[in-house]
Design a protein around this ligand. Structure first.
Ligand SMILES: [Zn+2]
Ligand SMILES: [Zn+2]
Ligand SMILES: [Zn+2]
Length: 119
């Protein structure tokens, strides 16, 4: 049996977007981050904008350092579909997907500390 998302009840292999359900962290509600719009993609664009005279290699170096400092490892362009829950670019990850970004701390949602001490 494939895992079933408890929000939209689709099996995770169906590849459709999940429902847009806000993430509640310590009483505050955050919009979920859709696949392909994770912060680190935006940061890359920002570096390019902030340092217009640097070569792509220099920008890449800057960005690699940023990814490393955040513990995000090596940058990968998003695939057409999420490698974990199968959602397409622009869709919302299914509950429990291990690539979803936490809208509060911007680390991995299922691995971050934001929910510690909560139900
Ligand atoms: Zn996903
Ligand atoms: Zn779902
Ligand atoms: Zn978090």
């Amino acid at each position: 049996m494939p895992a079933t998302c408890d929000i939209c009840r689709q099996t995770m292999v169906d590849r459709g977007s999940c429902a847009k359900v806000s993430v509640t962290i310590r009483g505050r509600r955050f919009d979920p981050i859709s696949y392909g719009s994770e912060t680190h993609h935006a940061v890359r664009e920002q570096f390019r904008y902030q340092h217009p005279d640097e070569t792509p290699a220099q920008i890449q170096k800057r960005f690699d350092n940023f990814m490393f400092a955040c513990g995000l490892g090596v940058y990968h362009k998003p695939e057409d579909t999420c490698r974990d829950c199968g959602v397409r670019i622009g869709g919302y990850h299914h509950r429990g997907c291990d690539t979803e970004e936490c809208p509060k701390c911007h680390l991995q949602l299922i691995g971050c500390d934001c929910h510690k001490g909560e139900q």
